[in-house]
Design a protein around this ligand. Structure first.
Ligand SMILES: Cc1cc2nc3c(=O)[nH]c(=O)nc-3n(C[C@H](O)[C@H](O)[C@H](O)COP(=O)(O)OP(=O)(O)OC[C@H]3O[C@@H](n4cnc5c(N)ncnc54)[C@H](O)[C@@H]3O)c2cc1C
Length: 385
């Protein structure tokens, strides 16, 4: 079997699972703020959510290219991979920086679905994108760390057993560089609310289960330090390229979903005695979206291949995320426009998918910050912050 056939088989298998979780399933969850527990169970049991976990730790041992195909197909089916995608890239931090004991302890349980590692705690209300200024502190006391501080927009905390948390272990005045003095921890979220963590769900535009977190002398065993103390930014950074490429793939799935829907409707809806798609004012915007999506998909593929080959791919990962997010946002807007007033009806699912894909202009990194990375690190223009 060649590589394309292999990825094709993965796509078919994911599509078959998604077929049992139609758009009405996702619309109902969106309406009620529910979590897709059954879907996440099935996609985990089938091995797709743990596809990046090596076989030695109970996973499928596949690469990012295959993982991208999984998320793209979930998006393309009308589903919302945001409910589960973090497990793919957060797990990478444990895999690359965890001790052998941590890997043995967590990875097989994550692969089997016994434990969910769906949460990633970085963003803070007062520092936002300026991650290296974050304030949540982790103070070593004997064989544990005491965590104090606040996080915001942390997704899926109430639906996850574990979270990778980034906190400050050295006062900001004592750091030797911007990234020095931050450390990562594997936090057990089970019963955490009885141990000094307050969780407040945020009423948001999309069903992403994002919460505010307040840590009050919250204890984490010292053995849960992930990677070296004070060098946690590196642990997080390593997972970020994977995250951006995977989100890019999700956006390609969204864009293809919107284009499929727009084309079907443009062919079927008759106004003035002819299908609306016969008007080039309707068909050309859809064709433009198609061309832009295919171009963005090439960048996602390129970035995933570089990542899988272990080649530095920061620029490509950022561009994959930005171009994917732009393609899906434009395709969503065009799809809604093609549907006229019906595009606004929840029954057509477009407005929900459009809200969901809008997130990717902002998170996990905003378009401005990607442009800033390209300006400085690729094109050599002056640093702006
Ligand atoms: C639904 C949702 C889920 C999320 N899930 C998680 C999660 O699970 N874990 C987590 O850690 N975080 C999560 N986030 C947070 C997300 O990563 C941040 O919202 C994002 O990184 C932007 O940070 P901010 O909101 O503080 O914006 P800010 O940093 O306040 O920025 C506001 C705006 O100003 C722009 N801006 C800021 N500085 C500059 C500059 N120097 N140059 C140009 N433009 C600039 C930004 O591009 C942005 O548009 C989530 C957010 C949302 C909305």
């Amino acid at each position: 079997m060649n590589e394309q056939q292999h990825v094709g088989e993965i796509r078919d298998a994911v599509r078959a699972i998604c077929a049992s979780y139609g758009e009405d399933y996702w619309r109902e969850l969106d309406k009620t703020g529910g979590y897709p527990t059954e879907f996440v169970k099935e996609i985990t049991k089938s091995g797709f959510l743990g596809c990046l976990i090596p076989e030695t730790y109970g996973g499928a041992g596949l690469g990012l290219e295959e993982a991208c195909a999984v998320l793209e197909e979930i998006s393309r089916s009308g589903g919302h991979p945001g409910a589960a995608h973090a497990q793919m890239y957060v797990m990478g931090s444990v895999l690359r920086h965890g001790t052998e004991a941590q890997k043995q302890h967590y990875l097989p349980a994550i692969a089997s679905g016994e434990l969910r590692l769906q949460s990633f705690g970085v963003t803070e209300p007062t520092t936002g994108t300026d991650t290296t200024s974050l304030k949540t502190s982790a103070k070593r006391v004997g064989d544990k760390y005491l965590i104090n501080g606040q996080k915001v927009w942390i997704s899926r905390v109430q639906h996850s057993d574990l979270m990778v948390l980034l906190a400050r272990t050295k006062p900001i005045e004592e750091r030797s560089s911007k990234t020095d003095g931050l450390s990562c921890f594997i936090v057990d979220l089970r019963d955490a609310e009885k141990r000094g963590l307050t969780i407040k769900p945020i009423d948001a535009m999309i069903n992403h289960h994002a919460c505010e977190l307040f840590f009050d002398d919250f204890e984490v065993p010292a053995e849960n330090l992930l990677g070296e103390e004070h060098k946690g930014f590196r642990v997080i950074m390593d997972g970020m390229n994977a995250e951006r490429i995977l989100i890019g793939a999700e956006c390609i799935g969204d864009a293809r979903y919107f284009i499929d829907k727009a084309v079907a409707y443009a062919n079927e809806r008759v106004v003035f005695g002819r299908p609306i798609g016969q008007n080039q004012g309707v068909s050309f915007p859809i064709a433009t979206c198609y061309a832009q999506t295919e171009a963005a998909a090439l960048m996602v593929d390129k970035a995933a291949r570089l990542f899988d080959a272990g080649v530095p791919c920061g620029a490509e990962a950022n561009m994959a995320k930005m171009l994917g997010a732009d393609a899906s946002w434009k395709a969503g807007d065009t799809c809604l426009q093609t549907h006229g007033g019906f595009g606004m009806s929840r029954e057509y699912h477009i407005e929900r998918k459009l809200r969901e894909t809008r997130l990717y202009q902002i998170a996990p990194i905003s378009t401005n910050l990607i442009l800033s990375h390209i300006s400085e690190h690729v094109l050599g223009m002056p640093r702006s912050f």
